[in-house]
Design a protein around this ligand. Sequence first.
Ligand SMILES: Cc1ncc(COP(=O)(O)O)c(C=O)c1O
Length: 406
Amino acid sequence: MTKPPLDPKKMREATKLVHGGTLRSQFAETSEALFLTQGFVYETAEAAEARFKGEDPGFIYSRFSNPTVSMFEERMCLLEGAEAARATASGMAAVTAALMGQVRAGDHVVAARALFGSCLYVVEDLLPRFGVTSTLVDGTDLAQWRAAIRPETKVLFLESPTNPTLEVYDIAAIAEIAHEKGATLVVDNVFASPILQKPLKLGADCVVYSATKHIDGQGRCLGGIILASKDFIDKHIHNFLRQTGPALSPFNAWIMLKSLETLHLRITQQMESAAKIAVLLALHPNVRRVIYPGRPDHPQAEIVRRQMAGGGTLVAFEVDGGKAGAFAFANALSIISISNNLGDAKSLITHPATTTHQRLAPEVQATLGITPGLMRLSVGLEDADDLIEDLMQALDAVKRQGLAAE
Ligand SMILES: Cc1ncc(COP(=O)(O)O)c(C=O)c1O
């Protein structure tokens, strides 16, 4: 008796994350196989010719296709509701390919000004070297997006929520603005994660991830992925990646695949703790402001309700005492580690003004709301009560050092 084949499209999300995209080998292994191979062999010269002509859909060379990497891509397509995907060696390789694959000299890109530093480098420094100009806008202001578009604008680019101040942009409205003018919208969905926000369903043309963050979620491997329609991937991405080579290693793809099995559980748990922590931080007398997309006082709370399935795993907040207060606070933490990473099982604290956003001029930091006392907390999988105790004792330490208001 043969079992009916699984139809992953009919599965619920958590099931897709466990079974979607699995290519079982002739050994019928339970866990996905790691195909740690550079290349593939052909039975005959005719078979090799057919493979290269695209008449036989098998694998050719791991710079552009590999069974383990394909399983990761397919599982991500099912999760995102995308027709096609290409995995990359890092999130920045995904962002760079998603932008550079679409433009040529003379084109123009519009991006939200609150971008991750390396993304800002690609838009503001790298693209202009190849004759592609750019305009940065306040991502919350739809009129600025509209006004920035020129006849030669090809791409609009944003991340939402943003790093580190967790601003949220109206993806559906910005996609509409892009499409009215014949441009595309690329969304970096790292902070929301694919569990909480589906930019393609909101009208974006392309979604990029640093899989290094929640997708691995356990601090091991770098990785990235680009998801879009098959037409978009064929036209803009496939050849760019195939010929330039920022491929994801099959080993890292295997780690990511195994991580996807627990993504739903991890995000749910980390988000529950983040929401609890945000409430307690907001009540603390030495915390000046708390930014958490799941709170009703978030400036874009109404957009969050429409486009996200929850507030996420990151909380931003400002401690009393400026930079000295922030440093005293971070140094007093014991469970939560000081790091610039996010989305990890381990809770991590970042002082954006002196690390991730250090290169921005003070006035640019001020415009973006990156104040000297601002901290970004990536909530992990520890018991929320242990994290809360750690945060509270660190806030007490700020007060003991005379840096907080009485
Ligand atoms: C919003 C955002 N996009 C892209 C990246 C780049 O990802 P990677 O470090 O995997 O290259 C990061 C990394 O911190 C990020 O926070």
